[in-house]
Design a protein. Sequence first.
Length: 176
Amino acid sequence: MDKTLFTHRGMWAIWDYNHFKHINSIEEFENTFRDEEDVENQVKTNKFVPIYVHSNGEFQFRVKVNDKLDKREKKYISVSSKPYLFETDGKAYVSGIELIDNLIFDNEVIELNLDKGFYEVIINLVEWDREKGMRLEDGSAHPDALPDFIIEINSVIEKKKNYNTDIHTFGKIKTS
């Protein structure tokens, strides 16, 4: 499933609806996600996986549930996150972080139909424009271009001991 999602806070997320359904105001959102430490605490609950690239805007996302990356997708992956552990009651979403609340608008989220349980999540950043012919003359993506992000969500049979809990999906950005 592919969809364009936006954020104005530099972060998207995969989140369990039941864990966050108490959020129904900006005050409750701000109390839950006040700063990076609060976000990190949410990651540690395993009910929230950050897609934090420190950039606002609209990007194309593809979600693959219990499905392997194909040869083309693998070829153009720039960087992949370390695996995160995600637990859901079954109702989960991908959206900009600012859209985490109990009011869902289908055009702003990717709805995930998952079984209740644990999943391993890997976020892949794709350099779709490296593929010949995928950037149009006006700079936009060809309709057949790969998405900006491919999210792999796979059922966990046996939990590992050390899953990623870093809010910086691909590690901290180095500045000079």
